[in-house]
Design a protein around this ligand. Sequence first.
Ligand SMILES: NNC(=O)[C@@H](O)[C@H](O)[C@H](O)COP(=O)(O)O
Ligand SMILES: [Zn+2]
Length: 449
Amino acid sequence: MVQVPLIRLQCGCNSYDWGKVGKSSAAARFAAATPSDGFSIQEEKPYAELWMGTHPSLPSKDLETQRSLLELVQDNQQLLGPTVAQKFGDKLPFLFKVLSIGKALSIQAHPNKKLAEQLHAKDPKNYPDDNHKPEMTIAVTPFDGLCGFRPLAEISHFLQHIPSLRKLIGEEEAKNFESTVKGKETSEDDSDVQANKKALQSVFTKLMNTDKAALESATDELLKAASSEGASFAGEGGPSNDGQELADLVVRLNDQFPKDIGLFVQFFLNYVKLEVGEAMFLRADDIHAYLSGDIIECMASSDNVVRAGFTPKFKDVDTLTSMLTYSYAPIDKQKMERPDYSGVKFNATAYSSNSSVIEYNPQEIDEFAVVRAALNKSGAKATFNDIDGPSIVLATKGKGTISVGNKSEKIEEGSVFFVGSTATLVIESETDADDGGEGLVVFKAYCDP
Ligand SMILES: NNC(=O)[C@@H](O)[C@H](O)[C@H](O)COP(=O)(O)O
Ligand SMILES: [Zn+2]
């Protein structure tokens, strides 16, 4: 039977303990929006991630036949399209997720391809596949997180103004870092950058290998300062940060993970806030720790996470400190451009209701890109140009219909569909804009190398 390339998916939701609890979790609400015998939301349980894709750790299924999406695309590679099947094999090259973050995720990085193959071969239990995991995050509600190393002048400032941090790192190590980077923090000369990265790796590795007793006493001193110094904490935050905000973050994170090394890591990493619709891209080997919010995530299809703090899970500090890129940049370099997507046509109602389709497309990888469509009036319609690759469509708000050829299905908050290669996708809203100014909102992850 020829499979019409529009398949409603039943997707799994995992319960990592950082997830939001019960119905407050968008991941749980979206999972519950599709009929499934085994899943109902338990009010006291955390729900972290809705997975949409073919990764074996939590594979999505065809709702109607209950066959896994992996089986379907293996049986009929037309669904992927020859270019994608040839380049990435008979599985989806991307993994699409909704994360509902109730408390900090681990301080983590994802290995590049070469390291992933080594880690998977050596320790398949903790590193379940051999793939790299570059990833993109788009805020569905306001998000905050620690992402990428700060500009070096900010780190030097904190080493000067947070005695407990300096004590933990030690005078010699702190002095080595300060003298190496001083005056060269923004140099683009390659030998300066390499020397800076080496000094950053040395001081960060020293921090990450703190012994428990030293960490305990340093944390007591840090908490006392954070709770008593208010806006003047950390030298009033230094050139680009707010002392009170940093102090509040120390107290908030300590409540979640008491006396954790992560409390000090925050002075090395950018504290990033994303408003709804803003996005950032993290390369393999980039350090991060997401802190709160509901987000869309899209990544190469992998579940490899190297962790070092803020987690009860397996930690691999030596691998993390040795794998990182140690690139450093201001926050605005972390955020992605959000151009209008050119691969779509609107009907008159869509135009007149200032509907939009925004594209999030990291240029350096081929596995995925995402578009966010907001169709802001009942009758607004978007017709997407055919692409030579697979897509997954998720509605996060409102109602409407999704069609491919002569097959039409209802789509509403939480619905997930697979759309096959070269299928002409049409989405029509039944929802007028609410006071937030948007009606039907859908995200489409796709691979179109
Ligand atoms: N940055 N986000 C991700 O990488 C997600 O896709 C991962 O699945 C989570 O980070 C996993 O975090 P834990 O291992 O539970 O600490
Ligand atoms: Zn991550």
